[in-house]
Design a protein around this ligand. Structure first.
Ligand code: TXA
Ligand code: MG
Length: 318
């Protein structure tokens, strides 16, 4: 059910959950000071409680209230990339942020999204927690219709059209003495290098801890019900569906769903989840995916998402 900005503000302040657009993907929003609504987000998504949420704010001042101590280059990162598709994990004063939001961690994730209506709402109601608006494990929602598909046509969603980026934010964590990437996303390592002076590494666990720095990274993610076969030439001829690129030709008896042009990674990123969801609408049991594409920039994130989407180990289901 489509709602207006005013209705979204009313619902959020009265402790309801609504879906809001961001430049990356749609989010399921609740006010940071509404614990029942936050609990409800976990229930609606079927999300494990050990997976913490991102706090979305409208300006850096809203973060300073929570911060435990200054972190190297945080101001530079924030002023260069916010509002935008970067999430930064920061050490916080734990008494000020409830355990359910941060899954008992001594840190919290923050971001200023780049979407005018959503920023207006945050300015009005204060910080919002917002995981992606999809059933846990399923591809993220990049259109209001995707949200209604997952949560029902009566679920309140502010329609902001198709999300500009189509991939989630990049998550950065300060692992003294360098920043590391916990989740690849819409902001590339190349862009981050310009501010940090080095290319941040992708990092899952520390040697000492042997547990992931970002709890969500080990869960099953982005997966449609259709099984995905990534580039295996022996499976191509039998594929009922092919996910590929406009410039290429594929076996004629398969149905091809185009991600976009091999020369336009932004278009591909923007279409990715829509196409993965389309496979399920078409009731495809499996599809062959063309993974013969470049390995730099945003293509890295596209590859990460396809790899995770194709991983069908049942134990990983959440
Ligand atoms: O683009 C995005 O980031 C979207 C839009 C709606 O803003 N949100 C999003 O949220 O992707 P979600 O909940 O689907 O993913 C958040 C990720 C999870 O993998 C979670 O484990 C990680 O952020 N995370 C949150 N707080 C953390 C923390 N304190 N330390 C490490 N990882 C954290
Ligand atoms: Mg998500």
């Amino acid at each position: 059910m489509k709602i207006t900005v005013i209705e979204a503000i009313e619902r959020l302040t009265s402790g309801q959950v609504v879906s809001l657009p961001t430049e990356t993907v749609y989010g399921l929003a609740a006010c940071l000071n509404q614990p029942k609504a936050i609990e409800n987000i976990f229930k609606l998504k079927g999300r494990p409680l050990h997976n913490p949420l991102i706090i979305h704010v409208a300006n850096i001042q809203q973060i300073e209230d929570y911060l435990l101590h200054p972190v190297s280059l945080f101001d530079e990162l924030a002023s260069t990339f916010w509002p935008g598709p970067l999430t930064i994990i920061l050490p916080i004063q734990t008494l000020k942020i409830s355990e359910i939001v941060r899954a008992h961690l001594p840190s919290a994730a923050f971001r200023i999204p780049d979407q005018a209506d959503t920023l207006r709402i945050i300015k009005e109601v204060g910080p919002l927690v917002m995981p992606s608006a999809n059933i846990s494990g399923y591809p993220s929602a990049t259109m209001a219709d995707h949200v209604e598909k997952d949560f029902g046509v009566d679920f309140p969603v502010l329609d902001g059209g198709s999300c500009e980026k189509g991939l989630e934010s990049t998550i950065l964590y300060y692992l003294n003495p360098t920043w590391v990437i916990l989740r690849m996303g819409a902001l590339t390592g190349e862009s981050l290098e310009k501010v940090l002076g080095y290319r941040p590494e992708f990092f899952l666990t520390t040697e000492q801890q042997k547990k992931p720095l970002s709890p969500g990274q080990l869960l099953r993610h982005y997966s449609p019900h259709a099984r995905l076969i990534l580039g295996d030439p022996s499976a191509l001829e039998r594929a009922p569906f092919i996910v590929g690129f406009r410039e290429r030709s594929y076996p004629e008896k398969s149905r091809v769903l185009y991600l976009g042009s091999i020369n336009d990674v932004n278009e591909v990123a923007n279409n990715l989840y829509h196409i993965l969801r389309e496979l399920d609408i078409q009731k495809s049991s499996w599809a062959w995916v063309d993974i013969n594409f470049p390995t730099h920039g945003l293509w890295k994130t596209v590859s990460d998402r396809l790899t995770k989407a194709a991983d069908t180990e049942p134990d990983d289901f959440t």
